[in-house]
Design a protein around this ligand. Structure first.
Ligand code: PMT
Length: 416
């Protein structure tokens, strides 16, 4: 995604410009060709040498000094760019861009380039919320610019409010999303489920499992990077949602099923990497169950307490039945997972068939490099036509890319 992408990073004169150093460094490490353009006032905050050290390339700032070949530099930069990201974008530069003013290298390149424009405004709260800045941002939005909203928090001035530059990870996510707009999932709607569910026993206890959400979040990121509109339906996890995905948080299987159904009609793909609980307590106690209460004292003195469970709906199985009946979602590409501890091949093939999946991704969750909570996964991919692929251990991001490759190929073959 970022490898070999030609990215222009514009730096404006704001205190947050120092945070762009990390961004440029990360882009360079990811293999992007990064050309940094600084405004005159940005150089009051960070020296060009800092950025050129990080980007391994010259830094541009002076529109007027250049003569001869260099005089056309702003045109050359504008034409080569695949993305112009202005981080941080000050109120002054935002105003110039909104009104077509080109009085320095950055604003001249912004006017000359056909590349998508991404702005990460960062400034004092009242400058950001000022109607002039908001009107300028709206104008730029209408023209197709992507605005990464600033975070709300404590600003350099000590004031609290909107104006903080988001973390590098968020900015990188936004850049990857914009670069992926024309990707092989452009125009597609992809639902990804992630994480485990929590089935309440009482207000403080639940039945859950070890899913961290890493596999599902990697899939959502990959689909986003390839141009999809991603709906991420997530159980409770400790991860931040990838930038630009539509997040629906759920806790129980019933909530997960309802959320899927509310998006299914327009979806092209459903990837069920979540680990929904197969059973839930038959009754949820309204108050915390005390260990010496009648509720828990099932066999007095025995120290035992049994919890009555009922089966949860099997979301994929139900969807298979609906699709058979020609209900919404019948053209859906459906990808399931199988988390197995034994007889993996046999169980995987049974699930593929019973849930009528296009693909089933099976992982052996007893391995230390695979399954729940790990950063890597070792999967077997089963296809509806009986084919099976044995994949090597890979980071979950690479497993996600392999799965999305196969989804794209299935979408290409799908008859509507
Ligand atoms: O989140 P991580 O820590 O990264 O871990 C990733 C993972 C191990 C959770 C993931 O790779 C995985 O295997 N997800 C599926 C877990 C699971 O529920 O497997 P299963 O074999 O019990 O279910 C088979 C399929 O049916 C799954 O696609 C599951 O989402 C779906 N299902 C399960 C139960 C249910 N009530 N309804 C369902 O639709």
């Amino acid at each position: 995604m970022l490898r070999n992408a030609h990215i222009l990073v514009g730096i404006c004169g704001g205190i947050a410009s120092y945070k762009a150093v990390e961004l440029v460094s990360q882009l360079q490490q990811a293999g992007a060709l990064v050309d940094v353009i600084m405004t005159e006032h940005a150089e009051d905050f960070v020296k060009p040498l800092t950025f050129s050290t990080m980007s391994h390339r010259p830094v541009y700032s002076d529109l007027w000094e250049a003569t001869g070949e260099a005089a056309e530099r702003h045109i050359a930069l504008a034409e080569a760019a695949e993305l112009l990201a202005i981080v941080p974008a000050t109120a002054n530069t935002i105003a110039k861009l909104a009104h077509g003013i080109a009085d320095n290298m950055l604003s001249a390149v912004a006017l000359a380039t056909q590349a998508p424009l991404l702005l990460a405004p960062a400034m004092y709260r009242d400058m950001y919320t000022h109607p002039a800045t908001q009107a300028n941002l709206n104008l730029l939005r209408e023209r197709g610019a992507y605005i990464v909203e600033p975070e709300v928090g404590r600003l350099a001035s000590g004031a609290i409010g909107p104006g903080r530059l988001p973390d590098t990870e968020v900015l990188l996510g936004a850049m990857r999303m914009v670069l992926g707009q024309g990707g092989d999932l452009a125009g597609r709607r992809v639902i990804v489920t992630a994480g485990g569910t929590q089935e309440p026993i009482d207000p403080v206890r639940y039945i859950g499992n070890r899913s961290s959400g890493k596999m599902g979040y990697a899939l959502a990121t990959e689909a986003r990077d390839r141009g999809a509109h991603v709906i991420l339906i997530s159980g409770p996890v400790a991860l931040s949602a990838p930038y630009g995905v539509e997040l629906r948080r759920v806790e129980t299987v019933i909530q997960m099923r309802d959320a899927i159904h509310s998006f299914i009609t327009d979806a092209d793909v459903l990837i069920m990497s979540a680990a929904p609980a197969d059973f839930r307590p038959a009754r949820v106690a309204a108050q915390k169950i005390k260990k010496d209460s009648g509720e828990a004292r099932e066999r007095e003195g025995s120290g035992e307490w049994s919890l009555k469970l009922v089966q949860n709906p099997d979301i994929l199985r139900e969807l298979a039945i609906l699709r058979e009946d020609g209900q919404p979602g019948r053209h859906l590409i459906c990808v399931g997972f199988a988390a197995e501890t034994h007889d993996l091949m046999q169980h995987a093939r049974e699930k593929l068939r019973a849930k009528q999946l296009d693909l089933l991704v099976a992982n052996d969750v007893t391995r230390s490099d695979s399954g729940f909570g790990t950063d890597t996964n070792k999967v077997l991919i089963f296809h509806a036509d009986g084919a099976m692929e044995d994949m090597p251990v890979m980071p979950k991001a690479d497993v996600a890319a392999a799965i999305i490759d196969r989804v794209v190929s299935l979408l290409g073959k799908r008859v509507n």
